[in-house]
Design a protein around this ligand. Structure first.
Ligand SMILES: [Zn+2]
Length: 191
């Protein structure tokens, strides 16, 4: 079973940090471009060239630090992404056998959640990777969830939260009758 806590929160943290840094960058830029309210007599630049140069210096000084932070976060995101790609399972599709077992385990109904953590339960048409294949999720029965067409479309390749994983496992305890495990999610190891 994949431990979603660290993976999920690392990525949420990166996303949040990126948004914060973009706001910081925008605010720094706006502040640097605002007309200076304080006028110190004798120091005001006289020619338009000096005004422009002063403005450019101010902008460069203001955006250096947030700009650097954007670059660092960009590098981190690229590292995370390349590791996801390296993890990808060479087999993308579930086998006929996995699909059959997965559908039986789900009782033929969609296992994903609709509002308030309730089970969707519409007739399942697809086998979905709970941990997305594109992010390194395994094409295994452990990572198989039965999904209806609508849930399959809305789920996309987002990494599920630890809460979604817990709730799915809790719901499975109510309908999984065979000896198979209720635990869900599997990620490929780094090669
Ligand atoms: Zn559904």
């Amino acid at each position: 079973m994949v431990e979603l806590g660290r993976i999920y929160w690392t990525r949420q943290g990166l996303r949040l940090a990126y948004s914060a840094v973009m706001v910081w960058l925008a605010l720094s830029l706006v502040t640097a471009l605002m007309p200076q309210a304080i006028h110190i007599p004798g120091t005001s630049p006289s020619t338009p060239g000096e005004v422009l140069r002063g403005l450019a210096d101010g902008v460069v000084a203001a955006v250096t630090l947030p700009g650097l932070a954007v670059v660092v976060l960009g590098i981190l995101a690229a590292v995370v992404n390349s590791r996801d790609v390296r993890r990808r399972d060479p087999v993308r599709r579930f086998t006929r056998q996995q699909r059959r077992e997965g559908m039986v385990r789900a009782g033929g109904g969609c296992e994903l959640e609709v509002g308030f953590g309730r089970r969707c339960g519409r007739p399942a048409e697809h086998g979905d990777h709970f941990y997305p294949w594109s992010k390194g999720g395994s094409s295994s029965l452990q990572n198989f969830v039965a999904a209806c067409a609508r849930c399959n479309r809305t789920k996309r390749a987002r990494i599920p939260s630890p809460g979604q994983q817990q709730r799915l496992e809790r719901r499975r305890r109510e309908y999984v009758t065979s000896a198979t495990s209720v635990s869900v999610g599997e990620r490929q190891p780094l090669p």
